[in-house]
Design a protein around this ligand. Sequence first.
Ligand SMILES: [Zn+2]
Length: 338
Amino acid sequence: MRSVSWISAVAAAIVLALGAGQAQAAQFELVILDDANEGLNDPESRSPVGGNSGTTLGEQRQIVLEAAAEAWAEVLDLSVDLLIGASFPELDCEETSGILGSAGPAAAVINFSGAPQADTLYTIAQANTITGQSSLDQGEVHIFTQYNAQLDEGSSGCLGGNTWYYGLDGNPPGGTIALFPVVLHELAHGLGFLTFVDLETGALAGPAGSDGFEDAYMQFLRDTEEDLDWTDMSDALRAESATNDPHVVWTGPIVDEQSSIVTSSDAFSDDRIRMHAPEELRLGSSISHWTPDAHPPLLMEPSLQAGVFNQLDLTPALFEDIGWPMSGGVIFRDRFEQ
Ligand SMILES: [Zn+2]
């Protein structure tokens, strides 16, 4: 069986001071990091497909990224423009497995005005949304994300010759992989669906020379076998817990309330939904995803599951748990029911 990996970059710089910025009509903005005629600027001619009106490869790629960002903009209560630095380089790809995309926050921020918890790391996208002010300097972005251009070459050595599907209609034909859900998934990592904990050592992240800080995500992790929250563990115990499937769970109340959409009992431990904590640590994958034992499949599982296209399922609930400003229950609960 083909396995398709999502990989998320977790590297984070720490920003301790907020610069001045001006709140405006808030939206996501795509910042293309590819060179001319490459990636998101690729001029190769294409026919419009599945509701995507682009007529070049680069345009079609841009339209998918913008549509996925728009889906998140409907759910989140944005107060400031969030900049997504995006590119389409050639990433690793083999016959039976390959990297579809990656993303991560450009920085983490603590102790900003209105921070839900003191001394706690938040993604710069969440922090700036809460303060209503961008803290970016010229040329900086909130989120970095990449998608694998190799998939458009149709080489059998890369995922058996599968190619990207750039349609927005949820009907990818056989032999294609829909880009839209991959972008939804990756942007969620950049927005805050990840921990900054060093999973190899269990150490908290922080500026050089500091003891490190808890992050908004790890504050809702618990090990049901140890009967301890991650915040109450030593570094060594946290590192052990990171590979302690099936005992690592999410404790946030909004996810708890909505987790009944998952009907597979082995996705739960002590009635809470499990996180991905395989015995062998997988950096960029372990802990920063739900368990792959969830059924129906969830957007934020470690691998792209058949049938996942535009549903956000439990991801907005997790964002609400970590204190993201949400645009109100109606929109995301409606989506959630779909
Ligand atoms: Zn992922």
